[in-house]
Structures are given as C-alpha cells and as structure tokens.
Ligand binder design. Structure first.
Ligand SMILES: Cc1cc2nc3c(=O)[nH]c(=O)nc-3n(C[C@H](O)[C@H](O)[C@H](O)COP(=O)(O)OP(=O)(O)OC[C@H]3O[C@@H](n4cnc5c(N)ncnc54)[C@H](O)[C@@H]3O)c2cc1C
Length: 424
C-alpha cells in the first residue's frame, strides 16, 4: 500500500471510530452538498470523499475562486505578509479528491425537498447537506456603519481578502500622529483573540513607520477575552504609549465624516482609521434556512455527535455558525475539526454504520505579537454522551508562559499544515 493511501486509511478508520466496518455498504449514488469552502466546509468536503473511498459524490458551493485564510490575515495589516501568501486555490479538492466545485452563492435551502438553489438559478438535490457559511456581521447593530462600510470608509476585514488589503492602505495613508481604533462587540464572536492580535499588528507597524500614532482598543467586553495577561503584558512593554485598552466600551455609532465613535456610556472618541466590528451571528444562508434556533436566533443548534442541525434533518452545520459547546472557540482550527467529525458521521449514516460514539476535537490558536513573536492557547474537547455535548478535557491544552520566536515558527507550520489538511 502506498504511504499516502495508508495514511488516508488510518486517518479514515480513526475518524470513523471503528476498525471493523469498512466493508462496502457505502451507497455509490449518494450526494453530499457543502455550502461554504472555508475551514469547516472545505474540510468536510475533502473528508467525506476520503472516508467514503471516493464513493459519495460531493458538490462544494462557494462563490470565491480561492480560499483566503483569516488566520494570519492580521499580518497583512502589520505589513509582514501579503494576502497572496494566505490564498490557496480550490483545485486541490477537485484534482486530488474529486470534489465538484460550483462557483456560486447558495441562495435558498429547501430542507423538505432536500434541495439547494443557487444564485445562478440551478437547483441541486442532496442526501446530506453541510452548511458552513461562517458569520454574518450585523451592520445595523452600530448606527451609521452600513453606509460607512458601503462607502469604503469604515471597514471590518473580518472576512480576509480585499478588505484586509484596503485596511492596510488606510493605515499607510494615515498621517503620523493619527489614531487607529478597533471596536469589539460582546462575545461570542469569530476568533476571540483576533481583535487583540490585530491591535498588536497595527502597533508593530506604527512603531516602525509612524511612531507618534496610537492604537485604541475599545472593547464592549469586561476584559480581554482571550490570552488577556499575555496581550496586556505586550501592550505594556513592547507597545507602551502606542496601545491603549479600554474595557466596557459598547459602540453604538460611527461617523466617518468626523471620525467620531459613539458609545453607550462613555464620551465620544475620535479616530483617523476606524475598524468597527459589529455583533455577529450565523452566516446568512443558515439564517435564511431557519437553522439559527439558539441564543436569540443568533447561532445554530447541532447534535454534537454528528453536527446535524437540531432544526432540520440531514443538514449538518459547522464552524462559526453553530452555538458552541462550553469552552469551544469560534476558530478555524475548530471548524476544521468539526468538518472531520461531521464527515465521519455523514459517511457512517449514509452507509448504515454506527456513528463514532466518542469523537474528540482539538484547538490551537496562535497570535502574532509582531512579525515573529507569538503566543498560543490550546485545548482538547471530548464528547460527553451523558450531557450530549463536548467538554474540555481537564488538564489538556494550555497557554504560553511568554511570547517566543520559537512559537512563531510553530504558528507558520500550523498554518501550512491546516491549509494542506483542509484544501490539498
Ligand atoms: C482576523 C482573524 C484572525 C483569525 N485567526 C485565527 C487563528 O489564528 N486561528 C484560528 O483557528 N482561527 C482564526 N480565525 C477564525 C477563523 O477564520 C474562523 O473561525 C473560521 O474561518 C471559521 O470557519 P467557517 O468554515 O465557519 O467559516 P469560513 O472559513 O469563513 O468559511 C465560510 C465560507 O462560506 C462561504 N459562504 C458564505 N455564504 C455562502 C453561501 N450563501 N453560499 C456559498 N458559500 C457561502 C464564504 O465565501 C466562505 O468561503 C481568525 C479570524 C479572523 C477574522
């Protein structure tokens, strides 16, 4: 057996949680449709093909021509990476795994008829549907933001790509002595440490290129939501006089003409470049399909054993769109792991096999403090059958003791590995 197929078989059996039932009851004509080619969806598409020995057809619906990674995208703002370095074409999924890629938006899901209608007009039938559309940013939760965003003046760059590059240009155009303000909504949000990493990246750029400029972090949360002591230490030491952190600043309005940001309680602030992050919820297509049945209809409930929606049969929701289990972050690493657990469950269900009763998930999240120095947080999550949820394994994972360049090497390797695991 070739090394590559041995590795695939070993990984397949581990994910299926079985060593004995890989005999062939896999139906040859089943079709899985995947909406969204990000960390969750692309992984699920690839692993359904791998785990079914390429017998189940997989159609991936994704409007973008290539995958652009949010992890590492803050480094584009800092200036040490280009967006092209974070971009991977989808052809690996097509060529290596036989996933059919349809470049389009999913416009509607009919969970009764089990069909997906595309913006281009076509309708695709599914046996199983995977929905992994990421998050929708609730622009109307901040007064003036929708118009400010549409005019290109106040950006989010919370979906990596053109907006990330445009925000870097805003920073380059900002006069020395100016202020970059990032406003953070209440948790839960996509990537809890992401805004604080971004503050470091912009500060790193200012320190080298515009040393009289400031980074204002205006956070609706009571404290830094992830890796708090590590970020605060770096702001106090490496970025003293550049980064100012203010908790419990709930942003209510932005006005790009004056640069004024309004808050629920405090006085207005003024900034040259505003990065206003609004509240978030499940991706729009999940909402349109009525899958957002939890947390004031913001997130999608799933059965954690299979990631099948609690609102619609044969629909599996992954990644940032779900109501997470305790201690589970909305991260790319986690979405990738959701994709594998869901793929194994889908293949088992379509094949009449028992579903793995004890799936495990891992998470590691690195944050770059400059171009090389990094901190991480990691965790391991096990499915607890009695409570039908994932729980963090006591004593698992951990947090960096201090920033290190060695962790910077690990972080770059993490990115290369997960991009290959998801897309190659
Ligand atoms: C600045 C930043 C830094 C981050 N850093 C890290 C990090 O270091 N480590 C980490 O693990 N995570 C990090 N994350 C979080 C990570 O990016 C997300 O958690 C992850 O992308 C979630 O995966 P997903 O599949 O849910 O969504 P995504 O990866 O966003 O994928 C969603 C896909 O669905 C597509 N889509 C949406 N709607 C439709 C539709 N109607 N039809 C078809 N396709 C559709 C989109 O085009 C997109 O390709 C970071 C995020 C940000 C913003």
């Amino acid at each position: 057996m070739q090394r590559r197929s041995f590795l695939h078989s070993a990984a397949a059996l581990a994910l299926l949680g079985t060593a004995g039932c890989a005999s062939t009851s896999i139906p040859s004509k089943a079709r899985v449709v995947v909406i969204g080619g990000g960390y969750g969806g692309a992984t699920a598409a690839k692993y359904v093909r791998l785990l079914s020995d390429h017998k189940i057809d997989v159609v991936l619906v994704e409007p973008n021509a290539a995958f652009v990674s949010c992890p590492m995208s803050n480094l584009v703002l800092g200036g040490s990476k280009q967006i092209a370095e974070l971009t991977t074409p989808y052809r690996g999924l097509e060529r290596n795994h036989g996933v059919t890629i349809v470049k389009d938006w999913a416009k509607a899901i009919d969970t009764g008829r089990k069909t997906v209608t595309l913006a281009g007009g076509a309708t695709i039938a599914y046996d199983k549907l995977v929905v992994s559309p990421g998050v929708e940013l609730l622009m109307d939760s901040i007064k003036g933001l929708r118009a400010a965003q549409a005019s290109g003046q106040v950006l989010q760059a919370w979906h990596a790509g053109a907006e990330t590059v445009a925000m870097r240009r805003q920073l380059e155009a900002m006069p020395d002595g100016g202020v970059f303000a990032i406003t953070i909504p209440e948790q839960p949000i996509r990537c809890p440490p992401g805004p604080y990493e971004r503050a470091c990246q912009v500060a790193w750029y200012f320190k080298r290129a515009k040393s009289r400029s400031k980074v204002l972090v205006l956070d609706a949360n009571p404290d830094v939501a992830s890796k708090g002591p590590l970020f605060k230490r770096v702001w106090a030491e490496q970025y003293r006089g550049i980064v100012e952190y203010r908790p419990q600043y709930n942003t209510l309005s932005v006005d790009p003409a004056t640069g004024i940001i309004g808050f629920e309680v405090q006085e207005d602030e003024k900034a040259n470049v505003i990065n206003a992050l609004p509240a978030m919820r499940a991706g729009a297509i999940a909402v349109q399909a009525g899958l957002n049945n939890l947390a004031n209809n913001r997130w999608c409930g799933v059965d954690f054993l299979t990631f099948e929606s609690t609102a619609a049969k044969d629909v599996h929701v992954l990644g940032d769109s779900i109501q997470t289990a305790p201690g589970m972050p909305k991260s790319g690493h986690m979405a990738n792991n959701h994709g594998k657990v869901a793929a194994a469950a889908i293949v088992a269900q379509l094949s009449g096999w028992p579903v793995n009763p004890a799936p495990m998930l891992t998470n590691t999240c690195y944050s770059f403090l400059d171009d090389r120095s990094v901190v991480h947080v990691s965790s391991v999550h096990e499915y607890v059958a009695a409570e039908r949820t994932f729980k963090t394994v006591p004593g698992s994972g951990g947090l960096s003791a201090e920033p290190s360049v060695q962790e910077g090497v690990y972080a770059v390797d993490w990115a290369r590995n997960i991009w290959a695991d998801t897309l190659a």
